[in-house]
Design a protein around this ligand. Structure first.
Ligand code: GAR
Length: 286
């Protein structure tokens, strides 16, 4: 099978890039990193790429008059590389809508939270301040709104009572280094599909990982009786007891409640029909 050609965009340390490089090098991921671009000339990740013999390019955003011009330069370099997929690996620049649309469904990102909880910065401090029991990371397709898009892989870690943002960040980083190679492998193996802004993944998740977006169970709209979709819940949202798994259980509860109320309605109608029939029989016999 031909290897998926991948370009990575970085801004700093590049430890996630390293995890991808290692997975491609040891054959776990059927992909080849054909180019690493950094907007920051001092990014340590550039040395990691060079060490692995991967072509690198610095496209310093400070040299461009605006975001559109910077993104146009990125786009030109990426297209010239022949990459079919972009991996944002600690790339800390906002991208323009045009760029994101050009690479729609061909660009993924890793974010250090259980999205949709905590998009943006300071994710670990916010998870601790919010009293969440779990934190983690998300690999997702990139959409224009920051840190949104169909989810490929999520991995979670417990938040400990004595955690600081730094200790939590380092524990999350450990699972990032598993989640990103896993997501790239699944994509390179053609196991990921996007339908209606939700990703489904044809694979079994390892322990502590979740693959794809949660399915959206239909629920009855009380006013019209019509079926509606629910918004995508966060695995970390709500009170501190909620986890991804528990959220899925809540979905099942909703389904069971809807089934139960349907059963009650059916039983009531049946009882009325039986009562009328008995009444008619009684009249007839008298
Ligand atoms: C990682 O924790 C990654 O999730 C985060 O930056 C770090 C980069 O580390 N990315 C974002 O916050 C993007 N929203 P690395 O350079 O060692 O891979």
């Amino acid at each position: 099978m031909a290897k998926l050609k991948v370009a990575a965009l970085i801004s700093g340390r590049g430890s996630n890039l390293q995890a991808l490089i290692d997975g491609c090098a040891d054959g776990t991921i059927p992909a080849e990193i054909v180019l690493v671009i950094s907007n920051n000339p001092d990014a340590a990740g550039l040395a990691r790429a060079r060490q692995a013999g991967i072509p690198t390019q610095v496209i310093d955003h400070r040299r461009f008059r605006d975001r559109a011009a910077f993104d146009a330069a990125l786009d030109t370099a990426l297209k010239a590389s022949g990459a079919a997929l972009i991996c944002l690996a600690g790339f800390m620049r906002l991208l323009t809508r045009d760029f994101v649309e050009t690479w729609r469904d061909r660009m993924i990102n890793i974010h250090p939270s259980l999205l949709p909880a905590f998009p943006g910065l300071d994710t670990h401090a916010r998870a601790i301040a919010g009293g969440h029991r779990f934190a983690g990371c998300t690999v997702h397709f990139v959409r224009f709104e920051t840190d949104t898009g169909p989810i490929v892989v999520q991995a979670r870690v417990p938040v400990r009572p004595d955690d600081t943002p730094e200790t939590l960040a380092s524990r999350v980083l450990e699972v990032e280094h598993k989640a990103y190679p896993l997501a790239l492998r699944l994509l390179a193996e053609g196991r990921v599909r996007i339908e209606g802004e939700r990703a489904t993944v044809d694979a079994e998740p390892p322990d502590g990982f979740r693959l794809g977006d949660l399915p959206v169970p239909p629920v009855a709209d009380r006013r019209s009786g019509a079926l509606q979709s629910r918004p995508h819940p966060s695995p970390a949202e709500g009170n501190s007891n909620e986890t991804g798994t528990e959220t899925m259980v809540n979905h099942d509860d909703t389904h069971h409640r809807a089934t139960y109320s349907g059963f009650i309605k059916l039983a009531t109608i049946s009882s009325i029909v039986v009562a009328i029939a008995l009444g008619l029989m009684a009249l007839f016999l008298l």
